[in-house]
Ligand binder design. Structure first.
Ligand code: FAD
Length: 351
């Protein structure tokens, strides 16, 4: 493969260039982490959609995670812990209101006790305990519950805040649809793919599929504690401006419009958990497509694009229903992979 002038200048010591594709919570977290951890790199974030039009924008943003089947639990624990610690520092700072990051207390309840009564992140969140008999009496259909304090990260505020942090760290942002990694290869040393559901096409990954989620935004300011059914479908998450009522998990469903049947069903399920919600006012409906995958893909491709001097590709996508909860942790891993790629191709570059 021919080495062009741009690549030659980079190999001989000019700034190394990193592209991050995706402006959701995974893309912006990764871009910030790379720009701050590798300050001598030039980092550009490219995406076709930005806040408020990403999936991340409508997520309830509760820090909480299910378990992926094929990723060592230790690694999943690290992703969750890094994300929790990062967001806790923001929640405890003067940036909290602008960044939309707050502590949130509540409970998760189960009709039948789960096999693992303590999820793997039980000692990361605060005050994890089981519900008492007396508390469970409020939920007559449920026999077991967990109470804890976690973090709520409202991405419609957090994404603009992260974007600001990224540009302050020297990052550049451009609106652009990327049709292939090859198209970016001549201009960048490393491409980090954080395109979420877009990876189905961009990374030609058949394992990626939409998991449709519909939620309602409700005005019910007297509610302060979250309630989540352990089946993952029904939840009530009070936030800084409204309460999010959910939801649905419809695999393979690409519909982006709200379904009146789903709305009715969500209200009925949430009223059963919290009858006072009948006095709430529905402010709106929202639908998002979670980037479903058996496991998230956080790894670098073994070979560079086009072999010889092409760019490296690092992937960070497929977080399913837990993208807000794991974004910072996987961004830390992705930035480490970027550093490794650059050390291989530019052993003398100052990163
Ligand atoms: P996205 O936010 O979808 O961003 C993808 C980005 O890639 C976009 O900017 C897009 O324009 C860009 N892109 C894609 N393809 C291309 C291309 N070819 N060229 C250029 N740009 C491209 N998670 C939690 O942790 N906690 C929750 O409480 C929670 N609640 C949820 C509730 C609902 C109803 C839904 C739907 C999801 C919820 N999630 C929750 C999941 C969370 O929203 C996702 O895991 C997360 O948003 C994924 O982030 P992402 O950055 O990978 O993707």
């Amino acid at each position: 493969m021919e080495v062009n002038t741009e690549q030659k200048s980079r190999i001989t010591g000019a700034k190394v260039k990193v592209a991050v594709v995706g402006a959701g919570v995974v893309g912006f977290s990764t871009a910030v982490r790379v720009a701050e951890a590798l300050p001598r790199c030039s980092v550009t974030l490219l995406a076709d959609k930005f806040s408020p039009d990403t999936t991340s924008d409508g997520a309830a943003g509760i820090l909480f995670a299910g378990q992926f089947p094929d990723i060592p639990l230790e690694r999943q624990r690290r992703w969750f812990q890094d994300s929790f610690d990062h967001l806790l520092a923001i929640a405890k700072s003067q940036h909290a209101p602008e960044a939309g990051v707050l502590l949130s207390s509540g409970c998760q309840i189960f009709k039948e006790p789960p096999a693992d009564k303590r999820p793997y992140w039980w000692d990361t969140v605060f005050g994890f305990r089981f519900l008492s008999e007396r508390e469970l009496r409020h939920f007559p259909e449920h026999t077991f519950g967990q109470a804890f304090t976690t973090i709520k990260c409202e991405c419609s505020s957090y994404l603009p805040w992260l974007r600001n942090r990224f540009t302050k760290a020297g990052g550049k942002v451009a609106q652009r649809k990327v049709s292939s990694f090859e198209e970016l290869s001549p201009d960048y040393d490393v491409i980090v793919n954080c395109s979420g559901l877009g990876s189905k096409e961009l990374a030609r990954d058949d394992g990626v599929y939409p998991v449709r989620g519909q939620v309602l935004k409700v005005d019910a300011p007297w509610l302060q504690h979250f309630i989540r059914d352990g089946d993952g479908k029904t939840y009530i998450y009070p936030g800084s401006r409204y309460v999010t009522l959910g939801g649905t998990r419809q695999d393979g469903d690409w519909r982006l419009e709200a379904d009146p049947g789903d709305t009715e069903n969500i209200l009925e399920r949430c009223f059963r958990l919290e009858p006072s919600l009948r006095r709430g006012r529905v402010l709106g409906e929202w639908v998002g497509l979670r980037p479903g995958r058996r496991n998230p893909r956080v790894e670098s491709e073994a070979t560079r694009l086009g072999g010889g001097h092409g760019a490296h590709v690092v992937h960070n996508y497929g977080h399913g229903g837990w993208g807000v909860s794991l974004a910072w942790g996987t961004a830390v891993d992705a930035a480490r992979l970027v550093r490794r790629c650059l050390q291989e191709t530019h052993p003398h570059a100052k990163l």
